[in-house]
Design a protein around this ligand. Structure first.
Ligand code: FES
Ligand code: FE2
Length: 349
């Protein structure tokens, strides 16, 4: 039987917000169990190498980076940002070693709109030359994300995704005067449609029980979408203005997931208020972190049986279905086909 708790390889993941990787610096991160070194050269271009010196296995993060070359801390071998060896200090003149053939594995890495994406192949496998495009987010293209927060969720990505797309925890986990309260719960009815790699809640007027929304006023539409491997986007259009949220979940390993939260807006007032609103965004995310931490106490015994009940849990079922089909397609090297069909879901929140 296929293990659907498996991580999904051969896909783009958000590895870090751009702001975390400064010019001439590196940042070690773990993606799907693999240690990699992100970096930005002196010209501003980002790169990603396996954090492993091919000589004797020293992690390159302990080396020195001058904005062009990484020098391993152990014997001083140097590598350029493409991973090619450029220097072995101990080689005597006349020794016949073609150092340019010595390579550190390099991962496809792209910076898009203020986020650094890395294409992660299976451990030990090489990424293909022609990798697909980085997923496109909604709203104006070429925007620059405002990075709200990155947090560690001590759980498998499946629980992180399900928690992220779970519509019924809001009034319990996120109850606060500025968002919503339990008393504001009412029946929701939303239409969902399949997308290339996921599903979306078709453009609708946002919940009237969210105070934060009420303040914004105007004629508005919201579209919330999920796509594999763990990307949620929310696009709010108010007149001719946009608010776009991107939540990117990236597995660190089988037991840990990183959540990166970004936002973008063309609303002048909201842009001005970003530094003031950031703590609210962080507080909101911390509410989710707290439930994940507590939930892990319950999940710590082996294979507990869990339930997915009613329309409120339908998105979780869809996620499992997408994932199962994705794994089957990649196993058979066949194109992925989304078998989700359009459906209207009803729940209280
Ligand atoms: S381990 Fe890196 S140079 Fe020897
Ligand atoms: Fe939440």
């Amino acid at each position: 039987m296929m293990d659907t708790s498996e991580l999904l390889f051969d896909l783009w993941y958000v590895a870090a917000p751009s702001a975390q990787v400064k010019r001439g610096k590196t940042l070690p991160v773990t993606l799907l169990g693999q240690q990699v070194l992100l970096g930005r050269d002196n010209a501003g271009a980002v790169f990603c190498l396996r954090d492993f010196c091919p000589h004797r296995g020293m992690p390159l993060r302990y080396g020195a980076f001058d904005g062009e070359q990484i020098e391993c801390c152990y014997h001083g071998w140097c590598f350029d940002t493409k991973g090619s060896c450029t220097k072995i200090p101990s080689l005597a003149p006349g020794e016949k070693t073609d150092i340019s053939r010595i390579k550190v594995a390099r991962f496809p890495c792209k910076e898009v709109e203020g986020a650094i994406w890395v294409y992660v192949p299976r451990m030990g496998a090489r990424a293909p030359e022609d990798v697909p495009e980085v997923p496109v987010s909604p709203g104006p293209q070429g925007k620059h994300w405002y990075w709200v927060d990155s947090v560690d969720l001590p759980c498998h990505i499946d629980h992180a995704v399900i928690g992220l797309m779970d519509p019924s925890h809001g009034p319990f986990v996120h109850a606060s005067w500025w968002w919503r309260t339990r008393r504001s719960m009412h029946l929701k009815e939303k239409k969902f449609e399949p997308t290339a790699r996921g599903f979306k809640m078709v453009s609708h007027k946002p919940s009237s029980n969210s105070r934060a929304y009420k303040i914004l006023g105007g004629d508005r539409m919201t579209e919330i979408a999920f796509q594999l491997p763990g990307l949620r986007t929310e696009h709010i259009v108010i007149g001719e203005h946009h608010i776009v949220l991107l939540t990117a979940l990236t597995p660190v390993d089988e037991k840990n997931t990183k959540l990166h939260q970004f936002m973008f807006t063309t609303l002048p007032l909201l842009n001005l208020l970003k530094p003031v609103l950031r703590p609210f965004g962080k507080a909101f995310i911390q509410q989710d972190v707290r439930v994940v931490v507590r939930q892990q106490e319950g999940l710590s015994r082996p294979h507990p049986a869990l339930m997915l009940v009613g329309d409120a849990d339908q998105q979780a079922l869809w996620y499992y279905k997408l994932k199962k089909d994705w794994l089957a397609a990649s196993e058979q090297q066949a194109p992925f086909e989304n078998r989700i069909t359009a459906k209207t879901l009803r729940w209280y929140s």
